[in-house]
Design a protein around this ligand. Structure first.
Ligand SMILES: [Zn+2]
Length: 192
């Protein structure tokens, strides 16, 4: 079966069993939001115990506090009333395995999927590539505790984020499924 037919079959089964979820309110019932990585091994609904309607989950590569992630967080409280936010990065994140220069070089060389070797990513495509990657800040990660703390600080310092929002910084351990606190992020994220 193709991915498309698999997904549509799963959705049909899900909708079959939808129950009263059609009655859920738009604002998240538990009043919080999670910003986390898109990594396929992370399932916020499972690792944080979410049901439909409970919380906002904002995901991108790395779970970084990009301008667009902050746009979503601001909407999350300003229009939909969340009051606590989590920034959750994780161990073994793909964002640790390259730098801006590396991905820019790979994209300039070809648009095909690169390979990952012992020395990091290398290009195996035939080209042509494009230089548009030079204009993107890829928000790569060198140390997870630092990236979580930086992102919590950036969110808390943002002029559109009120002091009363508490932001918690955690690292999800992909080998155990546990959330590990980042104390410096907790310190930076306290509701004022
Ligand atoms: Zn990741």
């Amino acid at each position: 079966m193709s991915v498309l037919s698999e997904v549509l079959a799963s959705n049909a089964a899900y909708a079959e069993d939808f129950g009263d979820k059609g009655e859920l309110a738009l604002p998240p019932a538990r009043g919080f939001a999670i910003l986390t990585c898109m990594d396929a091994r992370l399932d916020p609904a499972k690792y944080a115990g979410l049901a439909e309607g409970d919380a906002h989950v904002i995901r991108n590569a790395g779970g970084r506090a990009s301008d667009d992630a902050i746009r979503s967080l601001v909407i999350s409280y300003k229009l939909l009333g969340t009051k606590e936010w989590f920034v959750i990065h994780h161990s073994n994140c793909g964002m640790e395995f390259f730098t801006d220069d590396v991905i820019r070089g790979l994209l300039a060389s070809s648009l095909e999927t690169a390979a990952l070797g012992d020395d990091g990513f290398y290009d195996v495509g035939t080209g042509p590539g494009a230089r548009e990657g030079d204009y993107i800040d890829w928000l790569t990660i060198t140390d997870q505790a630092d990236s979580v703390t930086e992102d919590v600080r950036r969110i808390k310092a943002h002029p559109l984020v009120p002091a009363g929002i508490g932001v918690y910084g955690y690292i999800y351990d992909v080998t155990t499924g546990r959330l590990v606190e980042v104390p410096a992020a907790t310190e930076a994220g306290r509701a004022g």
